[in-house]
Ligand binder design. Structure first.
Ligand SMILES: *Cc1c(COP(=O)(O)O)cnc(C)c1O
Length: 416
């Protein structure tokens, strides 16, 4: 039997839920790619992507996913034989490292484990031990989507500067852009990679690389005409922005998503909403954990992602729970991902990024509660109540609702 006849919900850390408005914006006849609206729209999308990233540098769009952005970044700042330092906090830094290795880069991994962030002091010490500046780039992930560890980026820049080291700092914000605060220029990232299907709420298909003047000056002669970011930033003709046909419908979808984030809600409010939802998830897991094996993978709240939460369970319980939720209740939860020393069967993940409100999130948590009951998995009581309380305490009070309502009225007026 199944009870699942309503709308399915995806609570995984990407791809995330696509707003109907974004889908509708993409549902249109093929546009003219030579002149007119699409050309202007693309310029506005690039400008707003930079606002989202917090940079006055360059933004380029690749048709591809996060792996494409990883490869593009490596191809433009490193050549075979160059040395790069990867700072790993789970699985995704290791993925970037593997791509670099296959591209011939001399990759050194500093692995900070699965439950805590990058330690800038260790990075500084490593760079001080590189007096001839052989390390050309440092690749770091803001949020590791497997562990849900979030690292601070500005202290990594400070560590590089304290060591007097010229290495470029490249940051993977694929799981954090549009979810957790990120300020590329203020925090001193030289390169940043992201993709459209997580915080940007758009179907998978385009990826982004941002870079500043330092990275442009240090760029290598990119051997791949497709990844080469230079013609994409100084195009003589429109198609060079994409090294070929533009991702026409994705551009319309992105335009809509960026309006929702930057104009209607506002980036600060987007970040705040993600923080409130994250705290609701943490409160639920803490309550479950009071009477069972459940616990948050990351102990320190300051080092937890606001977009995804990795939850430790008895080995196998995550899979059983995910199966019950998807078969019985139309809810897809994130699988556990393996990492060195980590049993993926002892984990599952809740994605809470992008297009999400309390009713969707509380529905997810209450569905998990039902699944745990159905499966007889031991847990503490009161998880859903604790999550609801966290939402009230985190900005869901009546006064906050009034000011949010006023903001929406203002946004509606702005849009005529
Ligand atoms: C999702 C993700 C990736 C990989 O993106 P794909 O689109 O699956 O290639 C890389 N890094 C992080 C941090 C991610 O969350």
């Amino acid at each position: 039997m199944t009870l699942s006849r309503g709308r399915d919900v995806l609570a995984i850390p990407g791809p995330s839920i696509v707003p109907d408005r974004v889908l509708n914006a993409m549902h249109r006849a093929a546009p003219n790619i030579y002149e007119g609206e699409l050309i202007d729209l693309t310029a506005s999308v690039l400008a707003d992507l930079k606002r989202l990233a917090g940079t006055d540098g360059e933004a380029v769009i690749y048709i591809g996913n996060g792996h494409a952005a990883w490869e593009a970044s490596v191809a433009n700042i490193l050549r075979p034989g160059d040395k790069a330092l990867v700072l790993a906090t789970g699985r995704f830094g290791l993925g970037w490292a593997a791509i670099g290795r296959q591209m011939g880069i001399d990759i050194e991994v500093m692995d900070f484990g699965f439950t805590g962030p990058v330690d800038p002091a260790q990075v500084e010490a490593r760079l001080r031990a590189d007096p001839h500046h052989e390390i050309r780039a440092i690749l770091s992930v803001q949020t590791d989507t497997a562990s849900s560890v979030r690292s601070e980026i500005a202290p990594i820049r400070a560590a590089i500067d304290a060591a007097g080291h010229p290495a470029l700092l490249a940051v993977d914000c694929i799981a954090s852009l549009g979810c957790d605060r990120f300020e590329m220029d203020a925090w001193g990232a030289d390169v940043m990679v992201a993709a459209c299907q997580k915080g940007l709420m758009t179907p998978p298909g385009v990826a982004f690389v941002f870079f500043n003047a330092r990275a442009a000056a240090a760029a290598v002669d990119c051997p791949s005409p497709y990844w080469d970011w230079k013609p994409r930033t100084k195009p003589d003709v429109f198609y060079q922005l994409f090294a070929g046909t533009p991702p026409t419908h994705h551009l319309y979808g992105l335009r809509c998503a960026l309006d929702m984030i930057l104009v209607e809600e506002g980036l600060e409010a987007v970040w705040r909403r993600h923080a409130v939802h994250a705290r609701a998830v943490w409160a639920a897991v803490d309550a479950w954990g009071a009477g069972g094996a459940f616990r948050l993978n990351v102990a320190d709240p300051a080092c937890r992602s606001h977009a995804v939460t990795t939850i430790r369970v008895e080995s196998g319980d995550g899979s059983r729970l995910r199966r019950w939720c998807s078969d019985m209740a139309g809810l897809t939860l994130g699988i556990g991902l393996s990492a060195p020393g980590i049993d993926p069967e002892g984990l599952f993940r809740i994605g809470h990024m992008g297009h999400l409100n309390p009713h969707m999130l509380l529905g997810t948590l209450a569905t998990i509660e039902a699944g745990l009951g159905a499966l007889g998995i031991a847990r503490g009581p009161g998880a859903v109540e604790a999550a609801a309380q966290a939402i009230v305490g985190g900005g869901g009070s009546a006064a906050d609702a009034t000011s949010a309502g006023l903001r929406q009225v203002t946004a509606a007026r702005l849009h005529g």
